[in-house]
Design a protein around this ligand. Structure first.
Ligand SMILES: Nc1ncnc2c1ncn2[C@@H]1O[C@H](COP(=O)(O)OP(=O)(O)OP(=O)(O)O)[C@@H](O)[C@H]1O
Ligand SMILES: [Mg+2]
Length: 365
């Protein structure tokens, strides 16, 4: 049974719909990345999963059970907010311990006055102290445990927020751009920490980011959103290799996929000023305009006069782009066949095969 099921989930603020018809099934123990540009609705999705905002229409299920009306505390989730949401009057130690105290406290222990006495007492319990010390060590927060959030840098605060989420044992972890304020080095370190933590705890993670590198390196599954609409969902490899449309092709990969307007011709596609590129199974009839997508690493240079697997003879017309790619001993040998993708902005990608010089010319144009 999937851990998370979204059935036509939509969210509107007033008359503006920010999530439309979100449908997905997320198997247990996936590391799901919600990916997309700023404002596409990633945090809104996470807040609906957490129960912090209502779902306007559709159903959300945890392990097959509808949770639309459940209170956040009934959902057994841990949430790392984009804005940290630390308690300013509590130390780092108390902030990290906070979810552990909430899990064990009864109603009367929340009464003001009693709460601070009970909190101090609970903080000294060996199992609480041990868990806090353990997670602080992993997050490199041990020297900061007695400081208050306002004395910490943005990156340190973010690590405290992460530690607070990871200290508990929830069924789902929700993380909203948890690494956005860290420098490049710490960011890549923390990516590894979170991935290790994910493997260790064996729970479902939902991780929001607009950084496709983060998504590709951390996620076991990606849902790519634009304007509140799912553009594609699948494994990182599926999305990279078979982008569903031009938006996905542009968004995923660094450098981005080259998108070249071409016209379908008999036996291939006509690239402006470059001739016919042979295509094994063009998706539409000859004469139609489509967009040819080619990943840079799928292109190899061939020596003049060599023949590729399609039987296309190479001509000296490749000489100009060759110069722009380097020459002499640095030149790569051609591959026998080079897969690429051909897609229009509305149709699914279809495979093409070629190493013809015209592809190389088109790439350098
Ligand atoms: N409470 C609200 N009232 C009205 N509109 C809202 C509210 N919360 C979010 N929105 C709108 O919903 C859209 C999606 O916002 P959301 O915060 O989910 O985007 P995001 O993908 O997380 O962006 P970012 O990457 O910048 O954090 C935005 O246009 C935002 O202005
Ligand atoms: Mg956001």
């Amino acid at each position: 049974m999937p851990a998370l099921t979204f059935s036509s989930v939509s969210k509107s603020f007033g008359s503006s719909e920010v999530i439309s018809d979100f449908t997905a099934e997320i198997p247990d123990r996936e590391f799901l990345v919600l990916l997309g540009p700023s404002g596409c609705g990633k945090s809104t999705m996470l807040r609906m999963i957490a129960g912090l905002i209502d779902i306007s229409s559709g159903d959300l299920l945890f392990d097959g059970r509808r949770v639309n009306e459940l209170e956040p505390r009934e959902r057994n989730i841990a949430f790392v907010f984009q804005s940290y949401a630390l308690y300013p009057h509590l130390t780092v130690r108390a902030n990290i311990a906070f979810p552990l105290l909430m899990d064990r406290f009864r109603w009367w222990q929340h009464i003001p006055g009693i709460w601070s006495i009970e909190r101090r007492r609970a903080m000294r319990l060996p199992e609480v102290a041990r868990k806090v010390a353990e997670i602080a060590e992993i997050m490199e927060l041990t020297p900061l445990l007695d400081r208050r959030p306002k004395t910490l840098s943005g990156g340190q605060r973010q690590r405290v927020a992460l530690a607070r989420a990871l200290v508990r044992d929830p069924s789902i972890y929700l993380l909203d751009e948890p690494l956005s304020n860290l420098d490049a080095k710490l960011r890549s370190q923390m990516r590894i920490e979170i991935s290790t933590m994910y493997q260790k705890v064996g729970k479902t993670f939902v991780y929001v980011t607009h950084d496709q590198v983060e998504a590709m390196t951390m996620g076991t599954r990606i849902v790519l959103l634009d304007g509140g609409i799912i553009q594609q969902q699948g494994t990182p490899t599926e999305i990279y290799e078979r982008p569903a449309n031009a938006f996905v092709a542009r968004f995923i990969g660094s450098p981005a996929m080259n998108l070249i307007p071409v016209e379908v011709a008999h036996g291939g596609v006509r690239i402006p000023d470059a001739g016919i590129l042979p295509v094994s199974d063009a998706p539409v009839a000859a004469g139609q305009s489509v967009t040819l997508g080619v990943r840079a690493e799928k292109i190899a240079l061939a020596a003049s006069g060599e023949t590729d697997s399609t039987g296309t003879s190479r001509s000296s017309s490749a000489s100009a782009p060759r110069r722009s790619w380097g020459s002499g001993s640095g030149m790569r040998r051609p591959r026998r066949s080079v897969p690429a993708r051909c897609a229009t902005s509305t149709t699914r990608a279809s495979p093409v095969r070629s190493t013809s010089p015209s592809a190389i010319r088109a790439r350098s144009a």
